[in-house]
Design a protein around this ligand. Structure first.
Ligand SMILES: [Zn+2]
Length: 476
């Protein structure tokens, strides 16, 4: 492969020719993806850790075969590996773009799939398999773009590093240790984190916010032993009822958390109405039963409810279960509340508001205790501005016919919060190949083939646009 003498910007016409090459190679790319999808690299199940390692070796070998340098498996004690590789021949004046993705998968246990979950199956415009969109299609979209650049031009328009993690689906518990142990694998000028959503197959998404997550345990106690409900009912508190009454204090009449609501920027709110989260999209994406409608928006855009406001869900209780029915007042009852923290809100302020509501004047005089069960991280709110995002807009116009729309994520993605904390001074471009019908983490996970095509083309153009800015220009 020729080594370019200088880091001269690649003309836009070259990017179009490369994108055309990638489009012509699309079927081969699907075959490539299918090979990875066959590996059940499920990180939460130790029985599949050998598969994660097998996939890491397979991806390393493919990246080396693609023409990338230093393709390697990064190992740390007590961690599943990351794969890294790079192409640094664009010279010192070209920016270095870090691409992040993850190898590992969510389990499929207990799910009913239309076709085998670890076999790529195309039906209509979608490819079905666990990991198709979350996240193998994400990093394969980069492999396809790299392959096309090297095939057509013999070079990339920027320096590039790939970092593919093995533990994203278990919360990236060791990613920061990898950052500390292998700083060179992360050292870059701009980061493209490809494990996020698009609001529709026609609208590319740029993720700029996350909600944080904490779990609180609420316990009600009244008796030292269970008591006869016929003998004592009405004069002795029922802790199960008290627990339900306390939880109900947190919600409004629609069942939404009524505490800790955030003021959002009016201009942002106006834009949020244009996000196509219609009742039908929500009904299909969330598997609502026939006749069940989304919770009324009450004049607030659904996107705001999902991304910018706090929420609470009861995720576990010790309420008497159907199998252990008895005519008794129970001595204690607990619930675990999963609390989504709004971007820009602190864990402390939301916890304080919830504690104030739950601990005041307990029903029936029961003892009430609120303890911290877990904390996965604060929310994250990012302002994308500067030349790298203008470059991304141009790349998406060329590939999708429109710039990226700023979106949020209602969930808490630890790797994003971590990158935000460690590298928040760099341009962070959070894109991906998921769409509202992907059902990531669920049965029949799928990748929209049109989205995949456009994602590959977007990568082709993005490398060129970022490269054209030069290293000094990319950070603005
Ligand atoms: Zn993912």
């Amino acid at each position: 492969m020729p080594t370019p003498a200088s880091a001269a910007a690649v003309p836009a016409a070259a990017a179009s020719a490369v994108a055309a090459h990638a489009a012509a190679a699309f079927d081969a790319t699907l075959d490539h993806l299918a090979r990875f999808l066959r590996v059940p690299a499920i990180s939460c199940d130790p029985a599949h850790h050998a598969d994660v390692r097998r996939l890491a070796a397979l991806v390393r070998d493919d990246l080396a075969a693609l023409g990338l340098a230093r393709a390697r498996v990064l190992e740390l004690d007590d961690a599943l590996p990351c794969v890294a590789a790079e192409w640094m021949q664009a010279g010192p004046d070209a920016p270095t773009v870090l691409i992040y993705g993850h190898l590992d998968l969510q389990p499929v246990k207990g799910e009913t799939w239309t076709s085998p979950p670890h076999e790529a199956t195309v039906r209509g415009e979608r490819l079905y398999a666990r990991g198709s969109a979350d996240d193998m299609g994400g990093w394969v979209s980069h492999m396809a773009a790299i392959q096309a650049w090297l095939a057509v031009e013999g070079r990339l328009p920027c320096n590039l590093k790939l970092l593919i993690e093995g533990e994203e689906e278990v919360g990236s518990p060791n990613l920061e240790r990898f950052m500390d142990a292998f700083p060179d694998a992360f050292d870059s000028d701009v980061m493209v984190l490809t494990d996020c959503e698009n609001p529709s197959p026609e609208i590319p998404g740029l993720t700029v916010s996350l909600r944080g997550l904490m779990e609180l345990r609420l316990t009600c106690r009244a008796l030292s032993a269970d008591g006869h409900s016929g003998l004592w009912g009405n004069m002795v508190p029922d802790v199960s009822m008290a627990l339900c009454m306390l939880i109900a204090r947190l919600s409004d009449a629609d069942g939404r958390l009524k505490l800790g609501r955030q003021q959002v920027d009016p201009a942002w709110r106006q834009d949020a109405w244009t996000v196509p989260l219609t009742a039908d999209v929500i009904a299909e994406g969330a598997h609502l039963l026939p006749g069940v409608r989304p919770v009324p928006d009450r004049g607030t855009p659904p996107a705001e409810w999902l991304w910018r406001q706090p929420a609470v869900t009861v995720v576990a209780t010790t309420l008497p279960d159907l199998a252990h029915k008895k005519n008794a007042l129970r001595k204690e009852a607990s619930a675990v509340l999963s609390v989504r923290i709004a971007p820009g809100q602190t864990r402390e302020e939301l916890r304080e508001a919830i504690a104030a509501a739950l601990l005041a004047e307990p029903p029936g005089g029961v003892q009430v205790e609120l303890t911290d069960e877990s904390f996965s991280g604060e929310g994250w709110l990012y302002t994308p501005k500067g030349p790298a995002f203008e470059a991304a807009d141009r790349a998406y116009r060329a590939s999708w016919g429109r710039p990226m729309v700023q979106i949020g994520v209602g969930g808490s993605i630890p790797f994003v919060a971590l990158f935000g904390r460690r590298f928040g001074d760099l341009p962070l471009i959070l894109n991906g190949v998921m769409d509202p019908n992907t059902t990531a983490h669920g049965p029949d996970e799928s990748l929209h083939l049109g989205v995949f095509r456009k994602a590959i083309a977007a990568n082709v153009h993005l490398y060129a646009e970022l490269g054209a800015l030069g290293r000094a220009g990319v950070r603005g």
